[in-house]
Design a protein around this ligand. Structure first.
Ligand code: ARG
Length: 565
């Protein structure tokens, strides 16, 4: 049952001059529940009837006072405030949760619509570091949110596996590299080579030319260059996959930048035909001045292509392959201009779906000692962060619940959950400074807090050891503590949609913290396993519902929900 619909129906039956659809659009949610669950402002009707809004409000209250959906309808100034019948509300919400369980809130609004979520996309041969945590975790959550709402969702990792830096790596490897050493510890060893190259090139600039030559060879399909590049890609991906496995991330495609190397000529051709390209000292550029942006360099004078060209080729390929409804890029806000430029170029190339390409930016992570720098070796590896969080959880478990079964697995779920949840707690656009202390602080409104609340609900249910039924007396759930929980359960549905529309998982994070808090208050103030059978049955249904919905919320953030902690 939709109470908003009921309000519109009740008013429309009495006031035919305004349509139900219009009324629906007018209904508001008051700033707090003391003012009702819904409010109808009367300004619009006042205009139609040429009466003061306060009078209209009073007349409406008189007309619809008698009904079975609202226990109270009040006129307050120009507003009519509606208070839902609590028993009926509890029944409506909890019956639905009981029926749908962990699928409560799932919809099919995305039916037959393909949505691509591109996320993580690290550069091979470089550390997978704390700076990548945001794209990885935000993207994974968005993937689950769209999927839950019925979109046909595709996860893509646009690996940075191409570009002039591979020329540098090949040169460095041929000069100073050793296969066994690299295979024993790939990323740090490749990073060493990369740093060494940059040191040496200061004195011997001819290495830069050599690097360019090797990249050209790679672009032209030279066997040796290709083999080395493939090997570097393989060992890097093996490292990255360890982290993806820890986070339960699965990709549908790892088509990275290199995948588009042979798809350039067509892109360049369309740009030429549309008359977009200009020569600039042998290089090809597209002038974007009319759009208030600097020109985009599309092709270097030696013919090699660039990051931006590969993004354009990738967008064309994705449209043709997936016919996307939306093509989302979860990439740091430093690349804002890059995305604005290439999306504009795709539009100028004549593709109206350019507007379905969406850059979802997020703020920067810096270290206490300054910005991260791969070249200077100033990085914190993501894998280390996850492992430290797991180790710390193991210590806490050893101290607080030494008899817990499956300790290692649960420590993994909680440790990683803590990191992921924290990452999704703030608005994504905010910058922040990474600190070990804060990352490993599990107190307060954290992932472990919500996980613990879920486990607590679970343990009440297993203690009760009965089948949960929704055939209960719902008026027993109309006290403040219970209704608060039920409201938050009810609101989750809209919250998931809001999170999708704003591409903002933190909306869900905050909501389930509120739900966990409301549940804990209920748990504290309202004993559940009481002797009174009717009361016990009704409270158990609420516990089960809260547990399922907390689990769903955590799932959408890609945080696991152990039954015991
Ligand atoms: N590999 C890039 C980096 O690490 C991110 C790629 C973002 N995705 C894209 N389609 N440009 O900075």
């Amino acid at each position: 049952m939709d109470f908003k619909e009921k309000i519109a129906d009740l008013i429309h039956e009495n006031v035919e001059a305004i349509s139900k659809e219009e009324l629906l659009k007018l209904i508001e949610i008051p700033p707090n529940y003391e003012m009702g669950d819904y409010a109808m402002p009367c300004f619009k009707m006042a205009k139609i009837f040429r009466k003061a809004p306060n009078m209209i409000s009073e007349e409406i209250v008189k007309m619809i006072a008698r009904n079975k959906y609202f226990e109270r309808i009040e006129s307050v100034g120009p507003y009519v405030n509606f208070f839902i019948d609590r028993g009926l509300f509890a029944k409506t919400v909890l019956k639905e949760v009981n029926e749908k369980g962990e699928k409560y809130g799932a919809t099919n609004i995305g039916k037959n619509k393909n949505v691509i979520v591109e996320f993580s996309s690290p550069n091979i041969a470089k550390p997978f570091h704390i700076g990548h945590i945001r794209t990885t975790v935000i993207g994974h959550s968005l993937y689950r949110i769209y999927d839950f709402l019925g979109f046909n969702t595709i996860a893509i990792n646009h690996l940075g596996d191409y570009g002039t830096q591979f020329g540098k790596l090949i040169v460095a490897y041929k000069e100073w590299g050793n296969k066994e050493v690299i295979e024993s510890n790939p990323i740090p060893e490749l990073l060493k080579l990369y740093i060494k190259f940059h040191e040496i090139v200061e004195e011997k600039p001819e290495y830069d030319d050599l690097a360019r030559e090797w990249f050209m060879k790679l672009e032209k399909g030279n066997e040796e260059a290709k083999e080395l590049w493939q090997w570097i890609r393989d060992v890097s991906l093996k490292e990255f996959n360890r982290v993806y496995n820890m986070l339960n991330i699965k990709y549908d495609s790892f088509a990275g930048e290199s995948f588009y190397s042979d798809k350039m000529p067509r892109v360049i051709d369309i740009m030429n035909k549309k008359g977009l390209m200009k020569d600039s000292q042998g290089a090809k550029i597209i002038d974007l001045e009319p759009y208030g942006m600097p020109p985009a360099l599309i092709q270097k004078s030696d013919g090699s292509t660039l990051y931006i060209t590969r993004d354009i080729a990738a967008a064309l390929y994705r449209k043709e392959t997936y016919d996307f409804y939306k093509n989302i890029y979860v990439v740091g806000s430093q690349q804002k201009l890059h995305f604005e430029q290439w999306i504009k170029i795709v539009e100028l190339m004549g593709f109206d779906w350019a507007e379905d390409c969406v850059h979802v930016p997020f703020g920067m992570v810096s270290l206490e000692e300054g910005t991260m720098s791969t070249r200077k070796g100033r990085v914190v590896f993501l894998e280390d962060v996850l492992n430290k969080a797991i180790d710390k959880t193991k210590e806490i478990i050893a101290e607080k619940s030494p008899h817990l079964e499956n300790k290692d697995e649960i420590a993994r779920q909680i440790g990683i959950g803590a990191i992921v949840f924290q990452e999704l707690s703030n608005n994504r656009i905010k910058d922040y400074t990474f600190s070990w202390d804060r990352t490993l602080a599990f107190e307060g409104e954290t992932g472990p807090y919500v996980q613990y609340t879920h486990a607590r609900a679970s343990s009440v249910l297993s203690k009760a050891n009965v089948e949960i039924t929704d055939d209960i007396d719902y008026s027993l759930l109309s006290n403040e503590e219970a209704i608060d929980v039920i409201r938050l359960i009810h609101d989750l549905k809209q919250i998931i949609i809001d999170a999708m529309e704003k591409d903002e998982p933190s909306i869900i994070t905050r909501h389930i913290v509120d739900l966990a808090q409301a549940f804990n208050k209920f748990y504290h103030d309202c004993p559940i396993l009481v002797d009174d059978e009717e009361l016990r049955k009704s409270r158990l249904l609420l516990v089960k519902s809260a547990k399922d919905v907390l689990k769903t919320g955590l799932y959408l953030l890609a945080v696991e929900a152990p039954e015991k902690m």
